[in-house]
Design a protein around this ligand. Structure first.
Ligand SMILES: NC(=O)C1=CN([C@@H]2O[C@H](COP(=O)(O)OP(=O)(O)OC[C@H]3O[C@@H](n4cnc5c(N)ncnc54)[C@H](OP(=O)(O)O)[C@@H]3O)[C@@H](O)[C@H]2O)C=CC1
Ligand SMILES: Nc1c(N[C@@H]2O[C@H](COP(=O)(O)O)[C@@H](O)[C@H]2O)[nH]c(=O)[nH]c1=O
Length: 593
C-alpha cells in the first residue's frame, strides 16, 4: 500500500529511508494501517484547528479494512465512532489503528467507549496525545477495559514502525510544535528564481513559480490558520492571500506593519470572504487605524512589533499553524527569533539577476558558512517545472519523556513504569508536595571538609553556597558565608545565581561535575532526618516526581516535559534507595537535628 502524507508531510524523495528486515516484515501490515490512519487524518488539516487530526482504520483478523473515519472538523463525530459505525459487526475481535491517542475534551470518553462497545479487542496507537493533561488517559482507559493496546515505539519497535510513527508525528506536527514551543507552528514559504531572487530589482514578482506550484500554495494556505505578510509585500503586491482553488478552509490574513504606511485601498481590506488582522506598533497612524476599523479590519497594537511577540499573541488566541508569505525583510527576524519551524522553497528554473533584487531571507548576522542553518528531514519534489524543497528548521519535539528518557526510568527507580505511571508535580512550598521543594523550611546539618557539622537553613542554602566552596579567594569565602546567613531560601537562590552570573570566576571549577552530587547529599540528609518527609517520599512510590519549574530546564521538568528534571530524578533515586533499605540509616556526613 502507498499513501501520501499531504502537503506538510510530503513523502516525495524524503531523506529518510526504510530498510526491510525480517522484523520489519512482521510489522509491515501494522505500519501500513497506521500510515493509512495518519493519511486519512491529514484530510482534515486546517479544519480541526486547534484540535489534532485524528484518523481511525479498523482491520479484521484476516487483514481486511472494515471501516475508516477521520475527524472532519472540531465538534464533529470522532474518527473512532465513524470507523466503528462503518465496520458494524466486523468490529468484533478486530484491531483499530489510530494515528493518535484520542483526547477526551468533554470527559465522556466517546472514542474509547465506541471502540469497547463495538467489540474491538486490540488498538494500535501511533502517538500518545501531545497534551500533558490528556496524554496516556485513553491508553490507560482502553487497557483497563481489557483491550490490548500497542503504542508505536513503546510496544512495537522496528525500522518500519519508526517510519509509521514519523507519519503520525508529521500529521500532527503543528500541535506538537505548538505544545513544545508555545507559539503556533510556523511555515515560511517563498518562490525564488534559480539565482535566489524573490522578485526583480523593480520589486515585480508575478510570477516566479508555475501555476502548478501556486496551486500547491493554495493547498498550503488551506492547511493554515493564518497567513502573514509584511508591509512591503502589501504595498508592492496588493495580495489577496486566499486559499482559492485549494479546497481547504480559508485562513485569516495577518499584516505586520510598524509604520502603517499602507495603501488605503487594498485587497486585504476586503473582508467579505476572510477577515484580516493588522498588527502594528503602539500609536502608529491612529487615523489609518480608524480607517481600517471602519472597513472591519482588526488592528492590534504591540509595544514593540516583533515576530516572537506576535506569535505568542496568536498562540494565546489559539492559532495552531501559520504560513509566512512575507519577503526577506520580515523573514529574517522571524527566523532569528526562532519562530519559524519549517520552510517550503519553490525554486523556479529561471534567472532574473539584479544586484538589488530581493532574496528570501534578509540579514541574519552570519559571517561564515559553518553558521548556516541546516534543514532537517529535507524533501525534494518536482512540481510542474519547479523544484519544491522543504524541511524543518527545528527537530520535531519529543514530548513524551518526563524523567526524561524512557530507557533511564527503571535505572533511576524500578517502581516507575514509563508512560503508565501517574505524575506528581511539585514546585511551590505551599503545594501539596511542597516539602519536596528545596525551598522548604527544613534545616539540615552537614559535615564540612574539616569534619565540622554546619547547619544550613534549607537545601537551597547549602546548594547555592557550594558553588563557591573550596575556592581559594576571600571573596568566594564571603559569598559562602553570605549565602549561608541568607534570611530565606529565595534570598540564598538570588545571591547564588547573581554572583554566578556576575562573577563566574568565583565558581569552583568542578561545579558542573559535582553539582548533582552536592544536591544529592543535601536531599539525602533532609529526607533522612525528618521522618514525616521520609514517609511522604515513600508514599509516592510508583509515581514519577517532577519539579514543575517552567524555567529551570536542568533541575525542573519545564512547561511540557522538555526539562531534564534532575531534582525529580534525585528524589526518585532516593526513594528507591530508602525503599531498598530495611531501616532508615543516616548518612555519616549528616546529623539528625
Ligand atoms: N516570491 C515570493 O515568494 C515573495 C516575493 N515577495 C516580494 O518581495 C518584495 C517585498 O519583500 P520585503 O521588502 O522583504 O517585504 P516583507 O513582506 O518582508 O515586508 C517588510 C515589512 O514588514 C514590516 N515589519 C513589521 N515588523 C517587522 C519587523 N520586526 N522586522 C522587519 N519588518 C517588519 C515592515 O512594514 P512597514 O514598513 O509597513 O512598517 C517592513 O517594511 C516584493 O517585491 C514582493 O513582491 C514577497 C513575498 C513573497
Ligand atoms: N511571487 C510569488 C509568490 N508571492 C506571494 O504570493 C502573494 C500573492 O498571493 P495572491 O494575491 O493570493 O495570489 C504575494 O504577495 C507573495 O506573498 N508566491 C508564489 O507562490 N509564487 C510566486 O511566484
Amino acid at each position: 500500500m502507498a499513501f501520501s502524507l499531504g502537503a506538510f508531510a510530503s513523502p516525495v524523495m524524503c531523506m529518510a529511508t526504510i530498510t526491510t528486515t525480517n522484523h520489519n516484515n512482521s510489522h509491515a501490515f501494522e505500519a501500513a494501517y497506521i500510515k493509512r490512519a495518519a493519511d486519512i487524518a491529514d484530510k482534515s488539516a486546517g479544519f480541526t484547528s486547534p484540535h489534532p487530526n485524528f484518523g481511525c482504520v479498523i482491520a479484521t483478523a484476516a487483514g481486511k479494512v472494515a471501516g475508516e473515519g477521520y475527524l472532519y472538523a472540531q465538534g464533529t463525530k470522532p474518527a473512532e465512532v465513524q470507523a466503528v459505525e462503518a465496520a458494524g459487526e466486523l468490529c468484533r475481535g478486530a484491531t483499530a489503528y489510530l494515528n493518535m491517542e484520542p483526547g477526551d475534551c468533554h470527559g465522556d470518553h466517546t472514542a474509547v467507549s465506541a471502540l469497547v462497545k463495538a467489540g474491538i479487542t486490540r488498538v494500535v496507537v501511533g502517538i500518545r496525545h501531545p497534551l500533558r493533561h490528556l496524554r496516556g488517559n485513553a491508553v490507560r482507559a482502553l487497557r483497563s477495559e481489557g483491550v490490548n493496546v500497542d503504542v508505536l515505539g513503546e510496544d512495537l519497535q522496528s525500522k518500519i514502525i519508526e517510519d509509521a510513527l514519523k507519519s503520525c508525528l508529521l500529521v500532527n506536527a503543528p500541535l506538537i510544535y505548538r505544545t513544545a514551543s508555545r507559539v503556533p507552528f510556523s511555515v515560511l514559504k517563498y518562490a525564488m528564481t534559480l539565482d535566489g531572487k524573490i522578485a526583480a530589482s523593480s520589486g515585480h514578482a508575478s510570477w516566479i513559480s508555475s501555476k502548478k506550484s501556486r496551486s500547491r500554495v493554495f493547498e498550503l494556505r488551506g492547511r493554515s490558520d493564518a497567513i502573514i505578510v509584511g508591509g512591503n509585500t502589501v504595498r508592492r503586491d496588493n495580495p489577496r492571500l486566499t486559499a482559492r482553488h485549494g479546497g481547504g478552509h480559508f485562513p485569516m490574513r495577518i499584516v505586520m506593519s510598524q509604520t502603517l504606511n499602507l495603501p488605503e485601498i487594498a485587497n486585504l481590506w476586503d473582508i467579505s470572504d476572510v477577515p484580516t488582522i493588522v498588527v502594528t506598533q503602539r500609536g502608529a497612524r491612529k487615523s489609518f487605524q480608524k480607517l481600517l476599523a471602519s472597513k472591519g479590519v482588526e488592528v492590534v497594537e504591540f509595544d514593540i512589533l516583533n515576530p516572537r511577540d506576535v506569535m505568542e499573541y496568536f498562540y494565546d488566541r489559539g492559532y495552531l499553524s501559520i504560513l509566512w508569505e512575507c519577503g526577506g525583510t520580515l523573514a529574517a527576524p522571524a527566523i532569528s527569533s526562532g519562530v519559524i519551524h519549517k520552510v517550503f522553497a519553490f525554486v523556479a528554473p529561471k534567472i532574473i539577476g539584479g544586484k538589488s533584487a530581493p532574496s528570501p531571507v534578509g540579514e541574519l548576522g552570519m559571517v561564515e558558512m559553518s553558521q548556516a542553518l541546516n534543514l532537517i528531514d529535507v524533501c525534494y519534489e518536482q512540481v510542474g517545472p519547479d523544484m519544491l524543497i522543504s524541511g524543518f528548521l527545528q527537530p520535531i519535539p519529543d514530548l513524551t519523556p518526563i524523567i526524561p528518557s524512557v530507557d533511564e526510568t527503571s535505572a533511576i527507580d524500578p517502581t516507575v513504569t514509563p508512560y503508565e505511571s501517574s505524575i506528581i508535580f511539585f514546585y511551590k512550598t505551599w503545594d501539596p508536595y511542597g516539602a519536596f521543594s528545596n525551598f522548604s523550611p527544613h534545616p539540615i546539618q552537614m559535615q564540612d571538609d574539616s569534619g565540622n557539622y554546619l547547619t544550613w537553613s534549607s537545601v537551597e542554602h547549602y546548594y547555592q553556597a557550594h558553588k563557591f566552596v573550596g575556592v581559594n579567594d576571600p571573596v568566594a569565602r564571603d559569598c559562602v558565608e553570605g549565602i549561608k546567613s541568607a534570611k530565606s531560601p529565595e534570598e540564598a537562590a538570588r545571591m547564588g545565581r547573581t554572583i554566578q552570573r556576575q562573577h563566574p570566576d568565583l565558581i569552583r571549577p568542578d561545579w558542573e561535575t559535582v553539582k548533582i552530587d552536592v544536591m544529592y547529599r543535601a536531599l539525602k540528609c533532609k529526607f533522612s532526618i525528618y521522618p514525616h518527609l521520609n514517609s511522604m517520599l515513600l508514599s509516592t512510590a510508583g509515581s514519577v516526581l517532577v519539579e514543575a519549574s517552567p524555567h529551570d530546564l536542568f533541575w525542573g521538568g519545564g512547561r511540557e516535559g522538555e526539562g531534564l528534571n534532575y531534582l525529580g530524578r534525585l528524589l526518585m533515586q532516593l526513594r528507591s534507595e530508602f525503599l531498598g533499605e530495611s531501616s532508615m540509616s543516616n548518612e555519616s556526613s549528616c546529623l539528625a537535628l
